[in-house]
Ligand binder design. Structure first.
Ligand code: PLP
Length: 361
């Protein structure tokens, strides 16, 4: 059945080897592999938990962590909830995640109470916002950070496990030595105030890994969290390929349902397309147009790059993807399939769509 998301387990495993070399051997950090883009796919989770160099598995959704917590426990790893917990999911978070990222006292108090009820100690990483303006206590509010850390430290059933930051998500701010050094400086203040050593100083996601190669990752950062860089081999700060990785461990394959020679410009008055957008059409004259049975419901057309470089993606509606195959060396026929390499957003939707088959190779 098509469309398919092709998951090459050997290539993904090799990508983990490659990012582990950078993160652990060169960077001296522990490594958290982030599972959310593939919706915590079980086969991939098996691969990650079996990999000897992975320390933590992380996801933004507790429902995803629940899919593999048994594997995490069986393989001696730890699971991490990245998105700040909802008050409505505290019981599941304490039961299924070893560690959660937090920035709100009210939530941490709820975690402490629930952990007491379950007879557990739950680990908390306190998030600091260095200017990307998503989660975390704002870095300029040092006293608030210190007081929050003190309160967490005084609780019986949560442990202040570490501190962390997230960048390049909302504000698109690039991690650098200077902003990450702020996190390290604040973490040292916390350690001095409490007289403890924090286990984890987590310096960001796939946009921080490039700092290792430049020798600019601050010494005190001892953890990185990697999703896109292990799936697609990308340094997401500047978009370069990380050494030793491949970007074709995940491919999409979809089937042609119509193949006709038609104009490239629509005929008649132009209104808005299926998504309310005013479209732009390039006049290529008459072209060979292929329609694939996959659409915006299943993928992101801007993140689909045909392996056949002479094929162009023209557009998509909810259930159709339209290609220009005029210049291709291949003579396409109805029933043929076309393969694509993928961007992060396309992988995310393909993995989420129940209409897309997963095939492991
Ligand atoms: C999604 C996420 C990551 C992983 O991001 P990548 O860019 O895929 O490496 C890391 N940390 C947090 C908090 C996240 O939400």
């Amino acid at each position: 059945m098509y469309p398919k998301l092709l998951i090459d387990l050997k290539k993904l495993n090799a990508n983990i080897d490659a990012v582990a070399k950078i993160t652990k051997d060169d960077g001296g950090c522990s490594m958290m592999i982030v599972t959310k883009c593939l919706c915590a796919d079980r086969r991939v989770a098996e691969l990650i938990t079996a990999h000897p160099r992975v320390d933590y598995l992380a996801d933004s959704r507790i429902k995803n962590i629940m899919k593999y917590q048994d594997l995490v426990e069986a393989n001696g790893k730890q699971s991490v909830l990245l998105r700040l917990p909802m008050l409505s999911e505290i019981e599941d978070v304490v039961r299924c995640a070893d560690i959660s990222f937090n920035s709100e006292m009210r939530t941490i108090e709820a975690l402490n109470a629930e952990a007491a009820k379950q007879g557990k100690t739950h680990k908390v990483v306190l998030m600091v916002d260095l200017g990307d303006l998503r989660e975390g206590i704002f870095f300029e509010n040092e006293e608030e950070i210190l007081q929050t850390a003190e309160k967490i430290h005084a609780m019986d059933n949560v442990e202040l496990y570490g501190m962390g930051t997230n960048l390049t998500c909302y504000g698109a701010i690039i991690p650098k030595n200077d902003n990450l050094s702020q996190l390290c400086r604040i973490a040292s203040l916390v350690e001095d105030r409490l007289g403890i050593k924090l286990s984890m100083i987590s310096g960001g996601n796939s946009s921080s890994i490039y700092l290792v190669g430049k020798g600019e990752l601050p010494e005190k950062i001892n953890n990185l969290r990697l999703g896109e860089s292990f799936l697609l081999g990308n340094d997401t700060a500047y978009g370069s390929r990380l050494e030793g990785t491949v970007n074709d461990g995940l491919l999409c394959e979809a089937q042609i349902v119509e193949l006709k020679n038609k104009p490239s410009l629509p005929i008649g008055e132009v209104g808005v397309d299926a998504f309310g957008q005013k479209p732009f059409y390039e006049d290529r004259g008459r072209i060979d147009r292929a329609i694939l049975a996959i659409g915006q419901q299943d993928t992101d057309r801007d993140g689909m790059h045909p392996l056949d470089e002479k094929v162009d993606v023209l557009g998509a509606s909810s259930d159709h993807l339209i290609l220009d195959v005029t210049k291709s060396d291949k003579k396409y026929a109805i029933g043929d399939t076309v393969r694509f390499t993928l961007d992060y957003g396309a992988v995310l939707r393909l993995a989420t769509s129940e209409y897309v088959e997963k095939e492991y190779i």
